[in-house]
Design a protein around this ligand. Structure first.
Ligand code: THU
Length: 161
């Protein structure tokens, strides 16, 4: 037997002043998207902003429903909007943030498993890593080089017949 051990690198920025202009802009777009979320049930507003290779930014936010499973996360709302508007354009970066109205988030939000899987599909489709920028309402900013870094042992199209 053997043990496989994985390493996941995260660049941690303690202050927004350390970030490049395009990253800061993308975070602002995600924050604005979070403000527009439809989250009457959880009250947890999530925003995502995707910078496409053509320079366009496509945003999404969580959309909830009285039938809870009908709702969708911000990341998938953004990814599906981006892919439907620009089907041939790779995703370059995604910024994700959230607003907790009760107790402001002091740590970066992290995308759920379904959203990781959904985003991974576009990384595979274009064979280009998507930089992932994670923030809370305050505190550090995490940057990862790819969705794959967030989703080891991924289910991928290669398994299918
Ligand atoms: N949510 C997202 O939009 N993205 C995530 O990464 C985690 C959770 C949404 C789903 C639901 O509307 C609310 O946040 C609470 O789970």
């Amino acid at each position: 037997m053997k043990i496989i051990s994985l390493e996941s690198k995260v660049t941690v920025y303690d202050d927004r002043s350390e970030l490049a202009e395009d990253v800061l802009h993308l975070i602002h777009e995600a924050e604005n998207a979070a403000q527009r979320a439809y989250a009457p049930y959880s009250k947890f507003q999530v925003g995502a902003a995707i910078l496409m290779n053509n320079g366009k930014v496509v945003t999404g936010n969580n959309q909830e429903n009285a039938v809870y499973p009908c709702g969708i996360c911000a990341e998938r709302a953004a990814a599906f909007a981006a892919s439907s508007q620009y089907p041939d354009v790779p995703f370059n970066k995604i910024a994700i943030t959230a607003i907790n109205p009760v107790s402001p988030l002091t740590q970066p939000i992290s995308p759920c498993g379904i959203c990781r899987q959904a985003l991974f599909e576009y990384e595979e489709k274009f064979n280009q890593p998507i930089e992932v920028i994670l923030t809370g309402q305050e505190g550090p900013i995490y940057v990862l080089q790819s969705i794959a870094a967030l989703l080891p042992y991924t289910f991928h199209a290669g398994f299918l017949p």
